[in-house]
Design a binder for this molecule. Structure first.
Ligand SMILES: Nc1ncnc2c1ncn2[C@@H]1O[C@H](COP(=O)(O)OP(=O)(O)OP(=O)(O)O)[C@@H](O)[C@H]1O
Length: 264
């Protein structure tokens, strides 16, 4: 579905020094897969996601989505951001319908589709509110509904639940899982949470410290559907073993990074 080969990127830092963000990433994301991505801070996770979205250029390598080379943004891919990135002056309805408007869908149809999605993410009755009147969790529901409105093949999520409280995060995880179970989208989901990576993912990609490369890909053979019993999964032996393994790897990466820095 998504093929990434030899992806590299070097930025110029504020002091003029090169920042090697990605050091040759090769990755295949399967059709309808829920892929989660973990890695040390600054290893290029957001950079890679923006590249798949067509929002960031790269130096070398290639990305294709369903066989089409990525040259810029397109309606086949939607992104959900950590800070929601909603239009503050527009209502919930207009925010969700925005992408459909850009696609040229008529007002009656886009509003009907937007209302359906707003209900799906549990926000029926809030159509005429503006983002500033909503909690963080509610704003992220709008972000998800907006991303789904254009019926993308690929949903790109950059730490979407990082800015909400623990209970809301759990509810949003359950909602996202049930939406994905019903629609079978291809999802690439960045997170800082090992627990979240394992609960949601079919596979967890571990990126190494900068320059980011694939350090390991871990299969998550937990039963699906998972949306109805996240608590039960957390007590399963597989879940405990996989999260322990990921923690060991991440701890080693932090330690290597610390030693490299100490060595100058
Ligand atoms: N436009 C830019 N100009 C210069 N440097 C950049 C730019 N965008 C990203 N970087 C640098 O590239 C590296 C990778 O950034 P990126 O945001 O992709 O990492 P990340 O893994 O998503 O980080 P985090 O986990 O902290 O969100 C960082 O060192 C960052 O400072």
């Amino acid at each position: 579905m998504i093929e990434i080969t030899g992806l590299t990127k070097t930025f110029t830092g504020q002091d003029g020094a090169p920042v090697h963000a990605l050091g040759g990433v090769d990755l295949t994301v399967r059709e309808n897969e829920f892929l989660t991505v973990l890695g040390p801070s600054g290893c290029g996770k957001t950079t890679m996601l923006k590249m798949i979205a067509g929002l960031q250029t790269w130096d070398a390598g290639e990305i294709t989505v369903a066989g089409r080379p990525v040259r810029g943004p397109g309606p086949d891919r939607s992104m959900v951001f950590q800070n929601f990135a909603l239009l503050p002056w527009a209502t919930v309805l207009d925010n969700v319908a925005f992408g459909l408007k850009l696609k040229g869908v008529g007002k009656a149809e886009r509003n009907e589709r937007a209302r359906g999605l707003i209900a799906k993410v549990g926000l029926a009755g809030f159509e005429s509110k503006r983002p500033g009147e909503l909690s963080g969790g509610m704003q992220q529901r709008v972000g998800i509904a907006r991303a789904l409105a254009v019926e993308p093949e690929v949903l790109l999520m950059d730490e979407p639940f990082g800015a909400v409280d623990e209970q809301t995060r759990r509810l949003l995880q359950e909602e996202l899982l049930s939406i994905w179970e019903a629609n079978r989208l291809t999802v690439v989901f960045i997170t800082h949470s090992m627990e979240e990576a394992v609960l949601l993912g079919d596979r967890v990609v571990l990126l190494s410290a900068r320059p980011g490369r694939i350090a390991e890909i871990v299969d998550v053979p937990l039963d699906r559907p998972r949306s109805s019993d996240i608590g039960g999964l957390e007590r399963s032996r597989e879940y405990v073993e996989i999260t322990a393994h990921l923690w060991e790897r991440l701890r080693d990466m932090h330690e290597e990074h610390r030693l490299e820095r100490a060595a100058g």
